[in-house]
Ligand binder design. Structure first.
Ligand code: NDP
Ligand code: 2IT
Length: 447
């Protein structure tokens, strides 16, 4: 097929230019597979080499972070900031602290972020950063010293109109606090340079909740297209961090029953459902005590599956909310065989390409990460607006805006992805996200 050849040629160049970056290749492939057929009919994008330019970061900053641990020993980590694309606004995207962080992982995340941010309709370019620092088992003081050293270098490169980082895996309220404190000390200005700040010092209400709530709203909007809703549905969730916790909360509020949560050690299965009280226990366990999800099984006398992922549990809706490539072809087949017909991804790229092919073949409702989890960065965008206005909006106001943004993203996916009765959210999100950035790049010339 003609498109297939073009896609393969394009990918061969990407792989040759970016060797060893498997996750980056995967993210680019998923996009060009849907966008190349579209731009064939819109040659202005091909001539301007928009797809080629989108895959090359505008700037990559790589730096050393040295810090002293509690024993006085020197520790050294690698750190990165990928400034991917600023066509529609300042670089915007999270920071990830996890031992698996490397250049290829952050480039995949930054690449996805560009299209995701475009889908939110807010004026944000795309970026991502982080470090191979592992916060697990570190004291608060060690985390603080690491964050201060990290920000000492990063502060030269970011700013409220240049690049605005936020949280991601391993970076939550505690880390954003330490990072913000150091930025303010170095630059001597109190400014909206990070999002996910505490509410007393420039943060937005609903930002902690936004990704999990948004992915749940997106599931609800997908279900609505079939005259259905989350009420009465059984939901499996992976992860037990920020995104998983607030997805669990919102699913329960909308009448669904969440039966699993996980961490990197395994998953818990609570067939009675994880209600508000049990979720409060999880939040204390994970956010304050920084313990393991297994303790939930001990406390509530349910089963813990060590080293396993929750996709073998029967459900109507699955929400992968932990990390990339955490749901493979086998697991996708099992989910569908067990009756699952909705996938809403709170994580970035949690499904392998083979798993996605299984969803598409079965024509289930598949909301990919860059659409379904855009609520987090959307409320980050609203935090930036509030910082610029020097005002804060109420919970209700921010939540309503979040709902509207998720609804608009759903509509964009439908506009570009509808094929008869079926909505291809992958195609819809990729083309919908692409067009706005591409038009801005065309208008701004060869830069
Ligand atoms: P957290 O650090 O709060 O939680 C991450 C959760 O995922 C933990 O339960 C963690 O388990 C688990 N996890 C992480 N890495 C792995 C791994 N390699 N294998 C198995 N489990 C793993 O992060 P978030 O909740 O913020 O992020 C979760 C996902 O959502 C990520 O893909 C992130 O990119 C995405 N996302 C986050 C947004 C946000 O606003 N925070 C916005 C949009 C997307 P353990 O504690 O054992 O490591
Ligand atoms: O992947 C993501 O969208 C995030 N981690 C949130 C980014 C942000 O700037 O809020």
């Amino acid at each position: 097929m003609e498109f297939e050849q073009k896609i393969n040629d394009f990918m061969a160049k990407i792989i040759a230019k970016n060797p060893g970056e498997a996750e980056f290749h995967q993210a680019v492939h998923e996009v060009v597979e849907t966008v190349i057929p579209y731009i064939e009919e819109h040659p202005k994008y091909t001539e301007a080499k928009i797809l080629e330019r989108l895959a090359e970061p505008e700037r990559v900053i790589l730096f050393r972070v040295s810090w002293l641990d509690d024993k006085g020993e020197i520790q050294i980590n690698k750190a990165f900031r990928i400034e991917m694309n600023s066509a529609i606004g300042p670089y915007k995207g999270g920071l990830r602290f996890h031992p698996t962080v490397n250049l290829g992982v952050l480039k995949f995340l930054a690449y996805e972020q560009v299209l995701k941010n475009s889908l939110t309709t807010l004026p944000m370019g795309g970026g991502k950063g982080g470090s191979d620092f592992d916060p697990k088992g570190k004291s608060d003081n060690e985390v603080m010293r690491f964050c201060q050293s990290f920000m000492t270098e990063l502060s030269r490169h970011i700013g409220p109109n240049t690049d605005v980082p936020a949280g991601d895996i391993g970076v939550g309220g505690r880390e954003i606090g330490f990072l913000f404190g150091q930025y303010k000390r170095i630059r001597n200005e109190f400014t909206g340079v990070l999002t996910g700040k505490g509410r007393e010092w420039g943060g937005s209400l609903i930002r902690p909740e936004a990704t999990g709530y948004g992915a749940t709203y997106f599931a609800e909007y997908m279900l609505n297209t079939r005259g259905d809703s989350l009420k009465g549905k059984t939901v499996t969730i992976s992860g037990s961090g920020n995104v998983a916790q607030y997805a669990c909360e919102k699913v329960t509020q909308l009448g669904g029953k969440v039966v699993t949560l996980s961490d990197s050690s395994g998953f818990i299965y609570d067939k009675d459902g994880i209600d508000a009280d049990k979720l409060a226990f999880v939040m204390e366990l994970k956010n304050v005590k920084r313990g393991r999800i297994k303790e939930y099984a001990d406390k509530y006398n349910c089963k813990f599956y060590e080293g396993k992922r929750p996709w073998g549990i029967k459900c109507d809706v699955a929400m992968p909310n932990a990390t990339q490539n955490e749901l493979n072809e086998e697991e996708a087949k099992t989910l569908i065989a067990n009756g699952c017909f909705v996938i809403s991804e709170g994580a970035n790229m949690p499904s392998t390409p083979e798993a996605i092919a299984v969803y598409q073949e079965a024509k289930i409702l598949y909301g990919l990460g860059k659409a379904a989890n855009a609520g987090g960065v959307a409320v980050s965008g609203l935090e930036m607006s509030q910082n610029s206005l020097r005002l804060s909006w109420t919970r209700e106001e921010v939540d309503n805006r979040l709902k509207q943004i998720m609804k608009d993203i759903h509509t964009t996916c439908e506009t570009f992805g509808r094929d008869g009765d079926y909505i291809d959210y992958v195609k819809g999100a990729n083309i919908g996200g692409f067009v706005k950035v591409a038009d801005a790049m065309l208008a701004q010339g060869v830069v």
